[in-house]
Ligand binder design. Structure first.
Ligand code: F6P
Length: 482
């Protein structure tokens, strides 16, 4: 980045979440994991929404940016922005989730939903737009008096914010990274055309738009052509809009393998390992996910049910540990999903379990130490998402595993572009294939398991989060210079 250009990062979820007593912990999810690394390397200001009462209290006390220390010991500035409660709920619980999230993971069951009624239109006008405006105003305030600022915008919560900033500060460089898939044009047609156009107009106010994979980049270019009638250069990844060039790029997100190893070495993990090992059977099948519909949790259990039916020799010898973190529980679809998960686990456990063997152990919680302990000892890691922007579990597990564990990976995850050859690929909808692949993984000769794990690690460590960032900053420099 040109020396001296101030860097402002803006996302919905911030790097820290405050409890009512003022204590804080790191924000959850892949976005925070990725960007905390950025904060360790550069001087920056991170603008984000308040998401808890504790956040709002901290924001009011600070009245502006305040300092946060990263686990690595460096410091950066955070500004938390509080929006009207009703507006925020419309933004987060109706428009961003489920509306955009479902469009971008092909989750709508179109013969039933979504219905676009006044409620959905209001969620855009009186929710999404309000929160985007609140965050844009905070960014503009922080940019005041600073020349040629660079703003890095993150994810699907903030598609209309770039336009708000561009109109007020044409000199700003706007870079937007989208952490979830970009779907094909028809998936977007459920939105009223006027809303759709405002979303695209917002995104195209950026200088660069980034995705995890070439396929999402391709879909975005196709959408610009088909839905917006724009002139698109596919080879160069350029959209011509409003007399400007918008670059569309793929930057696959790597993990910080050193950081993961440090977490895995914590005493709390050793404690969790002792508990796990005391209970473990001969084989451990593991999944770790947010309890999100896109993760395809139900088909995973159904396939396990089928596997136990077809391979009774594995009964009482295997446990399927499913660590699922409840997520977005104010959205009815998510709450209902949790209920369906619990009901299906009860059915499978009832069907196959014995007085001292529970085939599926369901842990509905976010516990990094338990997840790390399970990463170390799985024989098979299951990542069968229907669609997933990247999926960092697919990268973290193999870095920590100590049993030459095999990865089963959905072909529809972003991680599959990098890890597909070393993992066992599955079509996430094919339950029959998944049941068979669980068996293949469990009976794989140890030489092949070791080879595959080594190949996974080579692919995972080929690039670091620093490279990810440098690639983006190099493009910012190049475009800003041109
Ligand atoms: O990966 C997409 C994403 O929305 C990230 O922005 C976030 O880290 C994660 O999913 C969790 O979602 P939420 O912020 O709604 O809990």
């Amino acid at each position: 980045m040109p020396a001296g250009r101030p860097l402002i990062l803006v996302s919905n979820r911030g790097p820290v979440t405050f409890a009512d007593d003022g204590s804080f912990q790191r924000g959850t999810g892949g976005l925070v994991t990725a960007l905390t690394g950025l904060a360790e390397h550069r001087e920056l200001l991170w603008v984000a929404s308040t998401m808890t009462g504790g956040d709002a209290q901290r924001a009011r006390e600070a009245g502006g940016p305040f300092e946060v220390k990263t686990p690595g010991g460096s410091r950066y500035q955070v500004r938390l922005v509080e929006s009207d409660e009703d507006a925020y709920s419309r933004f987060y619980n109706v428009f961003a989730n489920p509306m955009l999230w479902f469009i971008q993971h092909y989750l709508w069951d179109l013969s039933n939903a979504p219905d676009i009624r006044q409620n959905e239109v209001d969620a855009f006008e009186l929710g999404y737009q309000v929160v985007n405006r609140d965050l844009a105003d905070a960014v503009l305030e922080e940019m005041d008096g600073r020349e040629d600022p660079v703003v890095m915008i993150h994810d699907y919560h903030l598609y209309t914010l770039p336009r708000m900033i561009r109109d007020a500060r044409p000199d700003a460089f706007l870079h937007h990274f989208i952490h979830i898939p970009w779907t094909q044009p028809d998936a977007w047609r459920v939105l009223p055309s006027e809303i759709r156009e405002r979303l695209f107009d917002g995104i195209l106010a950026n200088d660069i738009v980034g995705f995890h994979t070439r396929s999402y980049r391709w879909n975005f270019l196709q959408c610009c052509q088909d839905l917006m009638g724009l002139d698109v250069d596919r080879e160069r990844g350029v959209v011509h809009y409003d007399g400007r060039e918008v670059w569309v790029r793929a930057y696959p997100l790597p993990i910080d393998s050193g950081g993961i190893a440090r977490v895995a070495a914590k005493p709390g993990v050793a404690e969790a390992e002792r508990e796990l090992l005391a209970r473990r059977r001969e084989f451990l099948l593991l999944r770790v996910d947010r309890a999100d519909l896109s993760k395809n949790v139900l088909r995973g259990f159904t396939a396990f049910d089928l596997f136990l039916e077809q391979h009774p020799e594995f009964r009482e010898r295997i446990t399927f540990v499913a660590q699922l973190m409840p997520s977005r529980t104010d959205v009815p679809e998510y709450l209902e999903y949790l209920e369906r998960i619990e009901a299906l686990v009860a059915v499978v456990n009832h069907r196959h379990g014995t007085p001292d063997w529970m085939p599926i152990q369901l842990k509905l919680k976010d516990d990094v130490e338990e997840a790390m302990a399970a990463y170390k000892h799985y024989d098979v890691l299951l990542v069968n998402a229907m669609f997933d922007g990247m999926n960092l579990v697919a990268k973290e597990g193999p870095m920590v595993n100590e049993r030459a564990g095999v990865s089963i990976l959905s072909e529809n995850t972003g991680a599959h572009e990098e890890l597909g050859e070393a993992a066992l690929t599955v079509n996430p909808f094919d339950i029959r294939e998944l049941a068979e692949t669980i068996h293949t993984a469990l009976t794989m000769p140890s030489g092949e398991r070791e080879q595959r794990l080594a190949a996974l690690r080579t692919a995972i460590t080929a690039r670091t989060p620093g490279d990810w960032l440098d690639d983006q900053l190099a493009d910012i420099r190049e475009k800003a210079a041109g």
